[in-house]
Unconditional design. Structure first.
Length: 311
């Protein structure tokens, strides 16, 4: 399920970069870039990816993603290149939020209306957070605290809601960038939040001049780091049920963009596959007593899946 989750998510992130290669990324069905504009976009994306890939071989003291974004941004500004920048999509400037006043009645009817949406959002947030935590544990060879993660995210989301904020969860893209840049402790996440707040409040005009090509290149590297390439190599070596689950979860994630549905489907198929395999493990020994009675000794799990073999 984990392999299918990260593979599907990587493909979704990859697909999300396609609009950046159109004339208007925010407009549906916008025409693709052509000619010099396309070559410029591709060149800047490749340059960004090359810096992110090569810089850690020289030094890990400076985050390669940050160097790549700054280099491409200075190149675009210095040579006055005609390319899309963040401002072409939207303004990121803002101000500190204030406490909101609720205009809907807090009664049973309201709760029954929002409960299904709340459950789905909570499920997606928890699933993605825990899956991301598992992935980070594998990359860092450490063990995170899932209980603390869930309580922290839940508390933050409840408080944020009173200020009109959106619900959030662990961001696999930012987490991968943090890990690849050397971030291992709480300070990396705290710093990301503080700097993001500073950018929104005071430095939005500078951030809005970052070329979309630089951000696209960063996300392509996130895709390469997120996708479990080893899962392709082991597909023929692992049980067919596990291989089917990897492909199924990836497909559902890509087609529906519903992480909860994908993971729950994978868990159900995995459970059924485990039950099927466990049902094959039942066997028996027997012996005949002196009085002529025959006694059977059963070994293995006896449950609904093993009834046929038992009979």
């Amino acid at each position: 399920v984990m392999f299918g989750f990260v593979n599907g998510l990587a493909i979704v992130i990859f697909e999300a970069q396609f609009p950046m290669f159109t004339e208007s990324p925010t407009t549906p069905d916008s025409s693709w870039l052509t000619g010099n504009d396309l070559f410029l976009m591709l060149g800047l994306v490749i340059l960004t990816m090359a810096i992110i890939y090569l810089l850690p071989k020289l030094t890990t003291q400076i985050p390669s993603s940050l160097v790549a974004i700054l280099t491409v941004s200075l190149l675009v500004i210095g040579f006055d290149l005609d390319t899309l920048i963040v401002q072409n999509m939207a303004s990121i400037g803002g101000e500190l939020p204030s406490l909101v006043s609720f205009s809907i009645p807090i009664n049973w009817e309201t709760l029954t209306f929002i409960a299904p949406f709340s459950f789905i959002l909570a499920a997606v947030g928890l699933i993605e957070s825990l899956m991301t935590l598992t992935l980070i544990d594998e990359l860092t060879e450490t063990r995170g605290n899932s209980t603390r993660e869930c309580l922290g995210q839940g508390t933050a989301n409840v408080i944020t809601g009173f200020f009109g904020g959106m619900g959030g969860c662990a961001m696999i893209g930012q987490s991968i960038i943090n890990i690849r840049s050397g971030g291992r402790g709480r300070l990396s996440g705290i710093s990301a939040g503080i700097f993001l707040l500073v950018f929104i409040l005071f430095a939005s005009s500078l951030i809005e001049r970052i070329p979309l090509a630089a951000l696209t290149g960063v996300m392509f590297m996130v895709v390469l780091g997120t996708f479990e390439w080893s899962s392709i190599r082991i597909l023929r070596k692992i049980p067919k049920t596990d291989a089917f689950v990897i492909v199924l979860v990836s497909a559902i994630t890509v087609i529906t963009h519903n992480l909860a549905l994908a993971v729950i489907s994978g868990v159900i198929i995995s459970a059924l596959g485990f039950a099927w395999e466990s049902a094959k493990q039942i066997h028996r020994d027997s012996e005949v007593n002196k009085d002529g009675t025959k006694v059977y000794f059963l070994h293995g799990p006896l449950f609904f899946g093993s009834v046929t073999d038992f009979n």
